[in-house]
Design a protein around this ligand. Structure first.
Ligand SMILES: NC(=O)C1=CN([C@@H]2O[C@H](COP(=O)(O)OP(=O)(O)OC[C@H]3O[C@@H](n4cnc5c(N)ncnc54)[C@H](OP(=O)(O)O)[C@@H]3O)[C@@H](O)[C@H]2O)C=CC1
Ligand SMILES: O=C(CO)COP(=O)(O)O
Length: 339
């Protein structure tokens, strides 16, 4: 494995865990944070306590507060801020690349869709970062809770780019004995799968806290994945992608794990907590809340049937009771599977 310079933008739980994987692989890793205090903590204590508790970071992870210093001579840049911060951070990246007259491979590890524009994260980045600064563009997706990655739970993800050589370069840079990277070329399917599983995970958490059993959870997962796949295919995704790591894999990890912020938000909703309080106390991004609204609107725009997403939308945004939402779903006209 050749030694690369890898910059990670965003020192939340996922950015820090990915930076740690890259450092464990011997790369020169700069972890960019917009907070000087966090950069100091990373460099002085090799911890990021707000996001990853007492887990030690590889000493090769260097915190950097200056964007230009973070990306100078970088081969690969990972964008790992929440969807809503993606454009703002990309603008700072572009300013740095302009000053440095430098191009990069840019990979987004963010999972969401942009409200209003309905854009995928890679589309947002392609709009913000001029092509002359890009040697490649892609995403990292798949079932990968930061909490498991930092503790070396064997993890499989996908490096996705329409340019196979770019996906392979990232695959080789990040793979190791506990972190195995597959390549894929289906950006649409991978990004839609990664974003929309968060919606179903909110539903799964609500089912859990209300005491529903395995049949109900299987129903949610299976029919939830069916509607994610339908929406993806309406945009040209490969249906096989939804059977893979970015589809059923990430859905399973997110909708069954207490590590998931989306699942935990769902649990709290089922307990009757107010959405605003849940957001305030999570202290980390819950992408599925915004994605539910975007997906609900997209389903209407594209005339794709997404009854579960719409039910979760009504619970989140119209204060519908979860049990009532389930009754509405169960009361729909019976239909044929596979449509
Ligand atoms: N956590 C996970 O296990 C996984 C997360 N993801 C995805 O990765 C993305 C990031 O998630 P995650 O790491 O969990 O999020 P966190 O909430 O843990 O961290 C977000 C990070 O982005 C920073 N940030 C937020 N806004 C800005 C901004 N405007 N400018 C600069 N930095 C900013 C935050 O800084 P500050 O601390 O100052 O708020 C924080 O460092 C999400 O899309 C998520 O779905 C994907 C796979 C796994
Ligand atoms: O995407 C994730 C795991 O693959 C993380 O999900 P949460 O944002 O719900 O924690």
């Amino acid at each position: 494995m050749s030694n690369e310079i890898i910059a990670v933008l965003g020192a939340g739980s996922w950015g820090t865990a990915l930076a740690n994987v890259a450092a464990e692989n011997g790369h020169d890793v700069r972890l960019w944070s917009h907070r000087a205090s966090q950069v100091a903590e990373i460099n002085e204590t090799h911890r990021n306590t707000k996001y990853l508790g007492d887990n030690p970071l590889n000493e090769g992870v260097v915190g950097v507060a200056d964007m230009q210093a973070a990306v100078q001579d970088a081969d690969i840049v990972l964008s790992v801020v929440p969807t809503k911060a993606t454009r703002e951070v990309a603008k700072q990246l572009v300013a740095a690349l302009k000053n440095l007259d430098q191009s990069i491979i840019l990979m987004a590890a963010t999972k969401g869709l942009e409200p209003g524009t309905y854009k995928r994260v890679s589309e947002m980045l392609a709009e913000e970062v001029p092509a002359k600064y890009l040697r490649g563009l892609g995403v990292i997706s798949g079932p990968s809770h930061a909490e498991g990655v930092i503790t070396h739970d064997p993890t499989l993800v996908t490096a996705v780019s329409t340019d196979v050589a770019v996906a392979e370069k990232v695959q080789h840079a990040l793979s190791n004995q506990v972190f195995r990277v597959y390549t894929n070329t289906d950006m649409i399917g991978s990004e839609i799968g990664g974003a929309l599983k968060n919606v179903i995970a909110i539903g799964a958490g609500a089912l859990e806290s209300l005491g529903y059993d395995a049949n109900a959870k299987a129903a949610l997962f299976t029919r939830g994945l069916a509607e994610i796949s339908r929406l993806g295919q309406a945009f040209g995704a490969n249906p096989i992608t939804f059977m893979g790591l970015s589809g059923v894999g990430d859905l399973f990890a997110t909708a069954t794990s207490v590590h998931s912020r989306n699942y935990r938000a769902g649990v709290q909703l089922g307990e009757g907590k107010k959405l605003a309080d849940i957001i305030e106390h999570m202290g980390m991004v819950i992408e599925g809340i915004s994605t539910t609204k975007v997906a609900h609107e997209l389903a209407q725009k594209k005339h794709v049937e997404m009854p579960i997403t719409s039910a979760i939308y009504r619970v989140l945004y119209e204060n519908q009771d979860v049990k009532e939402a389930i009754q509405t779903l169960m009361g729909r006209p019976v239909s044929q599977e596979g449509k």
